[in-house]
Design a protein around this ligand. Structure first.
Ligand code: AMP
Ligand code: GLY
Length: 415
């Protein structure tokens, strides 16, 4: 099987790594990829959000399967274009990807499907915003309606800040605050059938103790020893199946991964957001433990054959990933600095590249906000965490920062 992966982050590196390990796969290609992905896949300098360019590449490579990583290509219609030429594609149509691309659309689907989520209002004027803030009270939650790479959300007790964010965004969703630990659950869907991967938890704030601004995610771990054993089943029953049924009913069959970002509230799981793609960096730890060969699984989704697929299997143990971010991330990150120490081998760990590139001298340099994901594995979370931080300690990047508390509370016995 020849597989083409679209995207260039740590998630795509993890996808390429798992695909390459599948004995059914003969070639892994990636567009555009990054320096690390280039070590295991053939890279192609094609704009990932250009439907015609991606389709032409897939045809030229005689790809058997295209896997779309990020949201922007999905919203741009890359999956539609690839499917239109008869190539199986893992990724929802542009219309179905609005489940991520428009918070208002996501809410509409959830309300129609009876999926538990925060009460909310779509607001376009300062007066509407003020009224909604009063209605839901503090902490205030104000979300940009469009795609914002995880950075369009402000959760604050400060009314002036909430109003200012709304004014800067234009159309926003103001919603009720959901209290409880957050979980990411990825459901693989073939249009009608869905299967869950293992739940994971990520760390969205930039700094330790959940301080600082929201980011795309600064680290993740799985499994979640504190969660109900049937959490994934509950979420499939309450959230995922009703959502994909509602989308199918509207003529938008959902093919790809439906990522439910959940708050586990006192009243049970509630949806904070949907994404139309794998979470980054949760994917890195979930795929690390998945034993089922990935290409066959994603192909079953892309070809409507998930029903009857053998139950997924996992390696034992735990996986932790810590993100190394560039100076100034999540603001305007500093790029172009040489990364050193990448060849240090630490047992049970490996490095996935996110924002990296090769400079003219062939050195790996920083090229994005989140630069690397260091993955550590072990028989339990404590050992996996230790391995990840040991390995991270060998890497040097001027001005870089990372959180030092990924999976810390859970290994200390609390959440
Ligand atoms: P989103 O981009 O919608 O995932 O929001 C980013 C982060 O903001 C989430 O991971 C939560 O930590 C927080 N957040 C968003 N909506 C809510 C909510 N209704 N209640 C509590 N926290 C929220
Ligand atoms: N890690 C959160 C996300 O991918 O949106």
């Amino acid at each position: 099987m020849r597989v083409l992966v679209i995207g260039s982050g740590g998630r795509e590196h993890a996808l390429c790594r798992a695909l390459e390990a599948d004995s059914q796969v003969t070639e892994v290609h990636c567009a555009p990829g990054n320096a690390g992905i280039g070590q295991i896949a053939t890279l192609h300098a094609v704009d990932p959000a250009d439907p015609a360019g991606v389709t032409a590449l897939a045809e030229r490579l005689s790809a058997d399967l295209v896997v779309v990583g990020p949201e922007a290509p999905l919203v741009a219609g890359v999956a539609d274009a690839v499917r239109a030429v008869g190539i199986p594609c893992f990724g929802p149509s542009a219309q179905a990807a609005r489940i991520e691309g428009s918070k208002a659309f996501a809410k509409e689907i959830m309300v129609a499907a009876g999926v538990p989520t925060a009460a909310s209002r779509v607001c376009s004027t300062p007066g509407e915003v003020a009224a909604a803030l009063d209605e839901y009270g503090t902490p205030y939650v104000v979300k940009d309606d469009g795609l914002a790479a995880g950075k369009g959300v402000v959760v604050t007790g400060d009314r002036a800040e909430a109003l200012a964010h709304a004014a800067a965004c234009g159309r926003v969703v103001v919603e009720e605050f959901l209290a409880g630990p957050e979980v990411s659950l990825f459901a693989l869907c073939d249009g009608t059938t869905a299967v869950p991967l293992r739940p994971a938890q990520d760390f969205k704030r930039a700094y330790d103790d959940d301080a600082g601004p929201n980011t795309g995610g600064m680290g993740a771990y799985t499994p979640l020893p504190w969660a109900d054993e049937d959490l994934a089943d509950q979420v499939m029953r309450l959230v995922v199946q009703p959502t994909i049924d509602e989308l199918a009913r509207r003529g938008l069959p959902y093919v790809g991964v439906l990522y439910a970002g959940l708050a586990l509230t006192a009243d049970g799981p509630q949806v904070i957001e949907f994404n139309a793609r794998f979470g980054d960096p949760e994917t890195q730890v979930v795929l690390d433990l998945l034993a089922t060969p990935l290409a066959g699984l994603l192909m079953a989704c892309a070809t409507g054959k998930l029903d009857g697929f053998p139950p997924l299997t996992y390696r034992g143990g735990a996986s932790v990933t810590v993100v190394l971010a560039a100076e100034n991330y999540p603001g305007d990150p500093v790029k172009g600095d040489v990364i050193e120490g990448l060849d240090a081998e630490v047992e049970d760990s490996y490095v996935l590249h996110a924002g990296t590139a090769l400079d003219e001298a062939g050195r790996v340099v920083s090229a994005g906000g989140r630069v690397l994901d260091v993955v550590g594995t072990g028989p339990d979370l404590e050992s996996a965490r230790k391995v990840a931080y040991d390995a991270l300690g060998r890497i040097r990047l001027r001005g870089a920062h990372h959180r030092s508390d990924i999976a810390a509370r859970v290994t200390g016995g609390t959440l």
